[in-house]
Write a protein that binds this ligand. Sequence first.
Ligand code: UD2
Length: 314
Amino acid sequence: FSLVNYLITGGAGFIGSNLAAEVVKRGGKVSLVDDLSMGKEENIIHLNKKRVTFYKKSITDHDFMTNLLIKEHFDYIILLGAVASVANSVRMPYETHEVNQEANINILETIRKFGLNVKKLLFASSAAVYGNNPQQPKKEGSAIEPGTPYAIDKFASERYALTYGELYQIPTVATRFFNVYGPRQNPDSPYSGVLSIIFDCLENNKQFKLFGDGSQTRDFTYVKDVVNAVLLLLYDSKAVNSVYNVATGKSVSLKEVIATFEKILNKQLEIEYLPERIGDVKHSSANISRLMAMGFRPDYDIVAGLNLYINAGV
Ligand code: UD2
């Protein structure tokens, strides 16, 4: 009897640590690779040590990754490791490329070369691949207009994963996450998820800088829904060689979100209004019928998600 074995790159990050907790809860064991550039050890410290192995390593360390993959038998591989900041990708396009694309192809190549028997590999892509395509809501078949190094590498890695799947019979799937929020999202950068910034401002009585008038809309997706979608796609053998939007299917404005936060916390957010951020899209909404056809239903609308987030503690 052996436990189902998972590998999560970016495992100490926001989504990775939430996924790791769920996998452990469901009885699996998991290896987490993270260089802690964005992730934090405290995100995973509470997890059962007998089931979790943490490697403080960069996924760009190809020798390390190759050896790890050969040594361990991973049933499921989830590629979340990335330079998550679009702004950083613009500042450091090549360094981003090494993390967001080359590191992923090295993992795929190792699986191919050594004929590793993986039940499913999931690559986490992003709504960023749609770029400035004005069509709403975004479907997986909508035009791709990646406008930043981040988006280009996400799209390339997505295609590599799916193409390796087709060419070399490695079961792969890709997801395009929309604006994910929830516990352990790091609010420290101005390009962090806006909800983590708003929460931080409300908790610590800081002024929130609002870019625009608050009428911009996003499909804010609670991290538990993302974790559920990821696990559903990993376990369903029909979910192969395809990409799935992961979102709630319902967008709300920043103004509405702020009002919901204020109501739950019974506190007013101090706002400084600034011009719209360059490169921002005004509206973002997702069509999730492909994911729903696999049986997914979002459990958390914005009110339910924010309530859980605010009361989560860690
Ligand atoms: C999201 C992704 C990004 C990329 C992009 C593709 C996150 C964190 N970012 O960017 O990686 O995939 O989608 O379209 O998921 N805002 C403020 N004040 C702040 C911070 C943000 O007003 O301090 C506004 C911002 O101008 C934007 C909205 O809030 O209108 C959402 O910003 P975001 O950075 O959380 O997410 P987004 O959709 O720009």
